[in-house]
Design a protein around this ligand. Structure first.
Ligand SMILES: [Zn+2]
Length: 341
């Protein structure tokens, strides 16, 4: 089959489609013939490598898999049915999995990061982690409704527990996670202030329902820029994937008992924090990674009902994966880049 294989870490030019042996499903696994896969920032980390972390190379990247069930093997579904794969695997048997807390499973792994993913014609995944694709969603829309919005859903609901009437700050709001977080926080009844990296992204995020949009350039001073744009405003919750200056400014803008939720640190992972502020104001700093199968089914249901709008920046053929990575790294993307296989 044709697949993109990361054999060693490097630049986008190292990515190309090659002919490899098709996967052999293990007991309990099924094959999906991939039709579309959406890229995430995670794909660029898998390609580039992360200091201090070892990826299991060679690996086929791609966490967001949508396609057609090859041979059946999933209760209630047959060969030829259109399906999505959860962007993660978990054991399905432990206490945490049984009570629907997949994220706490000791065997929680991300597809395309710990095991072969969707940048291929075929992928093997556990039958327990295959869901029917909602009929109203195209392959590309479904591919854009997986890892990123799942992450956002878990951050907004399970971690920040955003409630109606609260004020929420969402950073990187034009990105895959941010564009979904804006929509989920709005649906929860919050007032949403969105931060984007350039003026060109303002309209797209306003269209998603953001009440106010502030542009903070790549090397800008977050605190000064937010203060200039917003005045003396404070938030019950901050939904962030930027880290560094966004973290420092975000924590300073939290109300007493406010929650700062982080799922990434694209601008830097070691910001300074004044602990006096954290304990005097009873603030919470909450980490968040992906979500559960139940949350994924909620995201897909909302997408099918039009309650969540997947934002698609571009659709490219798998052969153009290097270009897709360059797009993401240039930070000019609004929403998801989807590859068709
Ligand atoms: Zn488990």
């Amino acid at each position: 089959m044709r697949a993109v294989v990361v054999r060693e870490h490097g630049g986008p030019e190292t990515l190309r489609v090659t002919e490899v042996e098709p996967p052999r499903p293990r007991p309990g696994e099924v094959l999906i013939r991939v039709r579309a896969t959406a890229l995430n920032h995670l794909d660029t980390w898998v390609r580039r490598g992360v200091p201090g972390h070892r990826f299991p190379l060679p690996i086929i990247p791609g966490s967001d898999v949508v396609g057609v069930l090859e041979d059946g093997g999933v209760p209630g579904l047959s060969a030829g049915d259109e399906v999505v794969a959860a962007p993660f695997t978990s054991c399905g048997r432990c206490d945490e999995c049984l009570r629907g807390e997949d994220v706490r499973c000791r065997e929680y792994r991300i597809l395309g990061e710990s095991r072969d993913g969707g940048c291929a014609e075929l992928v093997a995944v556990p039958a327990t982690h295959v869901l029917p694709k909602p009929k109203g969603l195209s392959f590309r829309q479904a591919a854009a409704s997986l890892l990123a919005p799942l992450t956002a859903y878990h951050m907004v609901h399970a971690r920040a527990a955003v409630r109606s009437g609260e004020r929420v700050l969402v950073t990187a709001a034009a990105g895959g996670v941010g564009s979904a977080a804006v929509q989920f926080a709005k649906r929860a009844g919050a007032t949403v202030v969105a931060v984007v990296g350039s003026e060109a992204k303002r309209d797209a995020v306003t269209a998603l329902g953001a009440d106010q949009v502030v542009v903070v350039g790549r090397d800008a001073d977050w605190e000064a820029t937010l203060k200039a744009g917003l005045g003396r405003v404070s938030f019950e919750a901050v939904i962030d994937s930027v880290g560094a200056g966004a973290f420092q400014a975000g924590v300073k803008m939290l109300k007493p008992f406010g929650r700062f939720v982080t799922c990434g640190a694209t601008a830097g992972a070691a910001p300074a924090i004044d602990l006096r502020r954290v304990f005097f104001l009873s603030l919470s700093v909450l980490g968040s990674t992906m979500g559960t199968r139940w949350e994924l089914s909620q995201v897909l249901r909302m997408a099918a009902a039009g309650e969540y709008k997947p934002v698609i920046h571009a659709v490219l053929p798998l052969d153009r994966i290097a270009d897709a990575h360059r797009m993401i790294e240039a930070r000019e993307v609004v929403g998801k880049v989807v590859l068709e296989v």
